[in-house]
Design a protein around this ligand. Sequence first.
Ligand code: 13P
Ligand code: SF4
Length: 304
Amino acid sequence: MENSDAALIEKIESLKKRRKAIFLVHNYQLGEIQDIADFVGDSLELSQRAAKTDADVIVFCGVHFMAETASILCPDKVVLLPDVHAGCPMADMITAKRLREKKKEYPKAIVVCYINSSAAVKAESDVCCTSANAVRIVEKLTDAEQILFVPDQYLGNYVATQTKREMILWPGFCPTHVRIQPRDITRLRTEYPQAKVVVHPECKPEVIALADAVLSTGGIIRLARETDAEEIIIGTEIGILHRLRKENPGKKFIPVSEQAVCPRMKLITLETILWSLENMTHQVKVSERIRLRAKAAVDKMLEG
Ligand code: 13P
Ligand code: SF4
């Protein structure tokens, strides 16, 4: 660690104590941010952790929809997103207005929304899901005549193949995960014949078809810990490699693509966290009218 980082971290830690803050950090964040976290996890684990915190302030080191979900679950806390531009492009591929129009086309459909969506879109949905529980959530919808899945077409397609349910898919996608190409997996399998291949369900179907396991980022962390394999090929955003290597020093982790970087996730830095705590900005707050409806969809997911 550089001296300047150590000085920054000292200031951050002292202000954090004064503000009674907690740092919730996604698995894709920069290594130095993961290292000062109170908790590092996937979207589901982070929302569960937010729901039970007794801190006054939640500093969300991730993207906007994650901070919004914390605000939906903890309306009395101050939720800070250190960079206002840290949004998820996939979440921006759908709006509440466009979803309302689609619902008119399919009036009988149950709407399942991926957590990578705005609070306003969640408010228009029946149940929320994350990549960790999407298959289970859809499996439980036994009475649904039709399922409209938004906004990730690739997660939706993966869930459809696992549940054998016919689903109407919104054409959204993650610009980072579509950079992961099947030919890179094929090449790495030849180079590392003993390796296990694990990918995120936001990848394209032709990538998923080549994987040994398809898991959320939290699932990838658990698999890495539990597997006997010593080499693991990772098909997701490369920020996760920091935690994988730190927790499993004896194992080798090979990214499918060094280009699988989510630029918005990387906007959170030590500097922006300090600035955020000093100025108590940017506060993410969902209006009560939207929050109550969005919370119903999130609660339905968290109930199991
Ligand atoms: P996880 O919930 O698996 O961490 O995924 C979040 C995400 O944004 C993946 O791109
Ligand atoms: Fe959104 Fe993709 Fe970034 Fe995840 S990796 S936050 S889905 S753009």
